[in-house]
Design a protein around this ligand. Structure first.
Ligand code: CMC
Length: 391
């Protein structure tokens, strides 16, 4: 009818129908394809969740084996991609590098943009699931000045990521089951979160029928920001700043509440959760367990717990229903696993990859129209052009 409803930030606008992830922000409930996040984090492996999100059902053993085989046999990244990696300065943020390399993969795999049949779509999906962990590992190795590792077809998905990230050329590398389990759980908890900023970006970019890999690169860009996935890096930097400042959490709480100060308590608040983020609950418990199992004492875990307690009792946070989100404790685990702070959002991207793929696939299979929001124009009305010498 020509009437445009304004909704900045799409706070109340549904952009699609989706059968992938159910989220009740008032109650703090999260389900993937009808399975509770708590049960999946406890009992499933990441690759099963990847399959579940993308194809809708948990795989049988045979389906899982085939899926894994197809992914591992697509894990070779063209040698020339290394030249692009080489051209980046070591100081480059890993998210920028990851985004560029993901986008570049289209050039090396031109057939990946053909997704007209479900079979062609499947091929593109296993290709990116195989190659993305290599890019993640290379991004970190570049940052650390280490030689690049390749994937191993004999290892599980998560084990393979870890060996590519951490295996040194001069040492035997043994996988620590505590580390494998912790990363597996974190990846599951990050795997999808319905129409968040990066996922909506992937769907919108893909709705123009741009290829899968570049649509994912758009999602990586959106995830990078500190209000979204970049918050996990920002949380650790905030906790370190509090520690360096003498540990006065009250001072930082006051800054977060001061409307003239742009500082926000990173890892707190959420657009949809007005209750505990169920992922944060699981991650907080896992942080305690992983640090204890690995025999690590990290003073910033205590600072985080103190900050959380204060915020949960503070009227400012209570009134606005601000609770710890997924990014509040995840960095403490990544740190315990030996992952550098600047890599945290890259790890989030590795976890979110299946969600982005599932949402992109759903959008294409549903033949959704191109994403194209409207606006309300508030600029000048028509006026005559004035030549430059008369302005
Ligand atoms: N610290 C202090 N005040 C906050 C915070 C915070 N972390 N989050 C929200 N508020 C205040 C905000 O100032 C506003 O106050 P008022 O009503 O007086 O103007 C009120 O709470 C509502 O906030 P909003 O910005 O309108 O809410 P939003 O839904 O637009 O933003 C958010 C959600 C996640 C961007 C925001 O809570 C935030 O910036 N949090 C910190 C960054 C962060 O942790 N992001 C990770 C999000 S979860 C996982 C992910 O997406 O990666």
């Amino acid at each position: 009818d020509g009437v445009i409803t304004l909704d900045p930030g799409f706070k109340n606008t549904g952009s699609c129908e989706s059968a992938i992830t159910f989220l009740d922000g008032e109650k703090g409930i999260l389900h993937y394809r009808g399975y509770g996040i708590e049960e999946l984090a406890e009992k499933a492996h990441f690759l099963e969740v990847v399959y579940l999100l993308i194809f809708g059902e948990l795989p049988t053993e045979k389906e899982l084996d085939k899926f894994h085989y197809d992914i591992q046999h697509q894990s070779i990244v063209d040698e020339d991609v290394k030249k692009i990696l080489d051209a980046f300065p070591k100081s480059a943020h890993p998210m920028g590098v990851l985004c560029s390399l993901t986008s570049a993969l289209t050039a090396f795999n031109p057939t990946s943009v053909d997704v007209r049949s479900e079979e062609a779509m499947y091929k593109s999906i296993v290709k990116i699931l195989g190659k993305f962990p290599v890019l993640v590992a290379w991004t970190m190795r570049k940052k650390m000045g280490l030689p690049l590792n390749y994937g191993s077809t004999s290892l599980g998905y998560v084990e393979n990521v870890l060996q590519m990230m951490f295996r040194q050329p001069n040492e035997e590398y043994t996988l620590n089951p505590i580390v494998v389990e912790a990363l597996d759980k974190l990846l599951i908890l990050h795997a999808d979160h319905e129409q968040n900023c990066s996922t909506s970006t992937v769907r919108i970019a893909g709705s123009s029928h741009a290829g899968l890999f570049v649509s994912l690169a758009s999602g990586i860009s959106a995830l990078w920001g500190p209000l979204h996935g970049g918050a996990n890096q920002a949380v650790i930097e905030m906790l370190e700043a509090i520690k360096a400042d003498g540990g006065d959490t009250k001072k930082f709480m006051a800054k977060a509440k001061d409307k003239n100060d742009p500082f926000r308590l990173m890892g707190f608040g959420h657009r949809v959760y007005k209750n505990f983020d169920p992922r944060a609950k699981i991650i907080k418990k896992a942080a305690d367990e992983v640090l204890a199992d690995l025999g690590i004492e990290d003073p910033i875990l205590e600072i985080a717990k103190g900050l959380e307690k204060e915020a949960l009792e503070d009227p400012y946070f209570v009134e606005r229903k601000l609770y710890p989100n997924v990014d509040f404790y995840s960095g403490i685990i990544y740190r315990a696993l030996g992952i550098p702070t600047e890599m945290f959002t890259v790890m989030f991207a590795l976890g979110r990859l299946p969600g982005w793929i599932a949402q992109w696939r759903e959008m294409r299979l549903n033949k959704e129209p191109i994403g194209r929001p409207r606006q309300i124009y508030i600029g000048e009305t028509l006026r005559p052009f004035i030549p430059v010498e008369k302005r």
